[in-house]
Design a protein around this ligand. Structure first.
Ligand code: ADP
Length: 275
């Protein structure tokens, strides 16, 4: 099957290996304008590799990526990216608004910082992500949730049609997680930007995401969340029996091994405890 329905993103039969070890094995899915999609899988399942492949940073053994119908660099103009684990040291003399400005002007920093039009655009973007009250703080002094807002503004200021975020919810407190998810949902609706957000725990996204790409075994199951997060679908994906349990508005994905012990596949034990 080829996923090419005129959407913002189509990933067709993507395969990636490292030194002969297959990490992605024929992964296909697509995103429509304004779609909020969770890229879900346990650590090491290939989420970062897939995002890097979409961005053209990772060479493919097979398959093709189209963004806005275009392949290669031509499509990348339509993409914003928030990478995982950016180290933002308190010593870096960069204010939140400087980082957002760089997203717009890149190398033309000196000239562009003096442009009133640029400043207005940056101010509007900072307001939109709820970052205006700390716009003049050093980026390294901000909390994790505040930094995520600024990084999202940096990635969005050129108004891409597709926004890729690699584990943006990792290491955030529960309140910041729900605020960032609500912000991203808002941006999807207002700007019709499509979002693909990777996470090892789908629970914070359940009420917001339109669709899911679930990675396991190098393969993906994709579609509407309720249709994909089913015992039979995930059992086929993993290649052994899986139980999907819904408990107090949370989803637990567990595997029964030969001795009937269960283990969490998508959440570390501490997250299970929070359920
Ligand atoms: P995730 O983002 O889901 O944690 P990754 O895409 O980072 O998964 O990694 C998928 C697998 O590929 C892991 O087994 C990881 O060790 C391996 N891997 C990732 N990057 C490299 C690399 N540059 N060289 C070799 N193996 C890699």
């Amino acid at each position: 099957m080829n996923v090419d329905d005129g959407g913002v993103l189509s990933a067709n039969h993507l395969s990636v290996s490292y030194a002969g070890k297959t990490v992605l094995d024929g992964v296909s899915f697509g995103l429509k304008p304004g779609e909020f999609c969770g890229l879900i899988g346990s650590n090491g399942s290939g989420k970062t590799t897939l995002l890097r492949a979409l961005l053209g940073f990772q060479s493919l053994d097979a398959g093709e990526v189209r963004i806005d119908g275009k392949m290669g660099k031509a499509g990348l103009h339509s993409v914003g990216y928030v990478p995982q684990k950016i180290m933002l040291d308190a010593e870096i003399p960069l204010r939140a608004r400087d980082l957002v400005t760089l997203g717009l002007t890149g190398k033309q920093l000196g000239f562009a910082l003096n442009s009133r039009a640029v400043r207005q655009q940056v101010d509007a973007m900072l307001r939109e992500v709820g970052a205006e009250s700390f716009a003049d703080e050093r980026i390294g002094n901000l909390s994790g949730g505040q930094q995520q807002r600024v990084l999202i503004a940096h990635a969005l200021i050129r108004r891409p049609r597709l926004l890729l975020l690699d584990e943006p919810l990792a290491n955030l407190d529960i309140r910041s997680v729900s605020e960032i998810v609500a912000l991203l949902r808002h941006l999807c609706i207002v700007h019709q930007v499509s979002i693909l957000l990777s996470a090892h725990d789908m629970n914070p996204l359940l009420s917001s995401m339109d669709s899911i790409v679930y990675l396991a075994n190098g393969r993906a199951a994709s579609g509407k969340t309720d249709e994909v997060v089913q015992s039979d679908v995930l059992s086929r994906l993993y290649g052994y029996p899986i139980e999907v349990l819904r408990v107090m508005n949370r989803v637990l994905v567990i595997a029964a091994n030969a001795s009937s012990d269960v283990c969490a596949l998508t959440s570390p034990p501490e997250n299970l405890m929070k359920a």
